[in-house]
Design a protein around this ligand. Structure first.
Ligand code: ZN
Length: 251
């Protein structure tokens, strides 16, 4: 079933029929449906991931349309919730998969409901408090997640597999002080930048779902200069999250 739809994946030796079956039985949550989360959700829907849970608290605005490819002018004119507009679009792309949408703000009180019962969590958020919440939850539950961030011309992507490699706290110790870290709203972002990071995230997610393993390097990209860097980082022995098991973001 679905041979025509997935024929270009079947013939890849890395995927094959076995890998395609694994994708069909996989469960993924995408947190945040801005540019990076939206594009990742689209690639996974097109790849045939059997169950997608998508979460966003915002409505579609005209300023989103330069890079958030799931949304149209009509969605912005109608002020549709991103979760609803994304679900409609993704179902038009692939009606054979299950899509569960939540017009919600992920927080400590609902993270167990929204992040449980999946194989991997994909970060499409735009803020560090939510990323640290995801990191606490993922490390505590032993769930893999894939971090992405974009700003201006730059972006990063890193798969975090608890106990196998560094977690977000190993990487940056604590969330940047409020106001010390720019946002796309004040610094800007070039449309293709989140697309590039989403492609890295989508490919890592597909590989993890198919092989149960993935490259854990931190990839940094500047889309203006074309500079790519891939660095292998070590776990911090004294990491409060993955070392000492402290999870303050879970409340
Ligand atoms: Zn850590």
């Amino acid at each position: 079933m679905g041979f025509d739809r997935y024929s270009r994946q079947y013939i890849l030796s890395e995927i094959g029929a076995k890998g395609q079956d694994r994708l069909a039985s996989s469960r993924v949550v995408v947190v945040g449906l801005g540019a990076s989360g939206g594009i990742t959700a689209e690639y996974l829907a097109r790849a045939g991931v059997g169950y997608l849970r998508i979460i966003d608290r915002d409505i579609v605005e005209e300023s989103n349309l330069s890079r958030q490819t799931l949304f149209t002018q009509k969605d912005a004119d109608e002020g549709l919730p991103k979760a609803l507009a994304a679900k409609r679009y993704l179902h038009l792309v692939n009606a054979t998969i299950e899509i569960e949408s939540h017009n919600s703000d992920l927080n400590a009180s609902n993270c167990d409901e929204l992040l449980s019962d999946v194989d991997i969590i994909l970060d499409g958020t735009d803020n560090y408090p939510t990323r640290f919440l995801i990191n606490d939850y993922a490390v505590k539950m032993g769930l893999p997640w894939i971090y992405t961030a974009v700003l201006g011309m730059e972006g990063v992507c890193m798969a975090i597999v608890p106990a196998k490699g560094p977690c977000l706290t190993c990487l940056m110790e604590r969330e940047p002080e409020a106001g010390s870290f720019g946002t796309t709203e004040c610094v800007g972002v070039l449309g293709p930048m989140p697309g590039l990071v989403s492609c890295l995230q989508s490919a890592r997610a597909i590989r993890y779902l198919v092989e149960g393993d993935v490259d854990l390097n931190l990839v940094s990209v500047n889309i203006w200069t074309g500079d790519f860097r891939s660095r292998s980082l070590a776990r911090r022995k004294d990491c409060p999250t993955c070392g000492r098991g402290e999870f303050p973001y879970l409340g």
